[in-house]
Design a protein around this ligand. Sequence first.
Ligand code: ATP
Ligand code: MG
Length: 268
Amino acid sequence: MTKARAERKLAREAGAKTQVTTSAEGPLSQVDQEWQALPGIEIPPRLARRKRLNALLGPEFSTPYDILRSRTVRQMKEAGWTRVAVTSPNTKCGKSTISMNLALSLARYGQFRIILMDFDLRRPALAKILDYRAAPDIEGLLHPGSRLSDYAVRYGPNLAICANRVAVRHSAELLLSHDTEASLDRIEAEWQPDIMIFDTPPMQGNDDNLGFFGRIDCALIVAAAGSTTIEQVDRCEREVGKLTNVLGTILNKCRFPDTSADYDAAYY
Ligand SMILES: Nc1ncnc2c1ncn2[C@@H]1O[C@H](COP(=O)(O)OP(=O)(O)OP(=O)(O)O)[C@@H](O)[C@H]1O
Ligand SMILES: [Mg+2]
């Protein structure tokens, strides 16, 4: 696993990765032209509010995600990582919501290309969050010869989202397959994302992440106040730590936010 990660890092460094270009700066790079050609989606403010896409609702709401974004970028860039999974010990902790918000906050940075993938193959959620009824069947993307452009939609110039319409049978086997590995490598080489975010299932109750986490660089763990126990967090951190690098643990759904720091969002 460590060897595979190091090989991926070398391959990335060897590839001539281009910076994001915008039309205001002159002609778009070839890669950015491909990104521009992806079908675009909109996220209306009402949907953003209903689905808790706080990263889109202004600084009062987006600050926690912006802090998460900055920490994530710093740690991943320092280590030369590009692939981060979002997981949790138990269900309904907010993984999909946080994956979306992290991607949206990163995209707002403007300097990075982000690919967000729904890799909770048993219970896909991003299509529902986006109210994207025509979402494709992501399984096809993980087979040889597939093209990301047939599966992804673009939000803004630099966020590609691969949502999924239907649950995938034999998801653990698919995630472990060489086809999946080759597809991810191909997507990374062709589309040159700075960060790929994978919304994944909880660690409890299935084995999907056990194989797949060997193919990513790091993971964020989401715990939910009121539903995740300390023991579950400890066990999850140990388990994920054996499979990949733990970037951090997020406590979500806190009803009483910590306002001890006197520079919370309201201050600004
Ligand atoms: N900070 C929050 N406060 C309150 N509700 C939240 C918060 N974050 C997410 N939710 C809500 O909790 C529910 C579960 O969120 P989400 O689908 O993101 O969790 P999940 O961990 O991906 O679930 P699953 O285990 O089914 O994949 C959703 O209704 C979502 O809107
Ligand atoms: Mg989910």
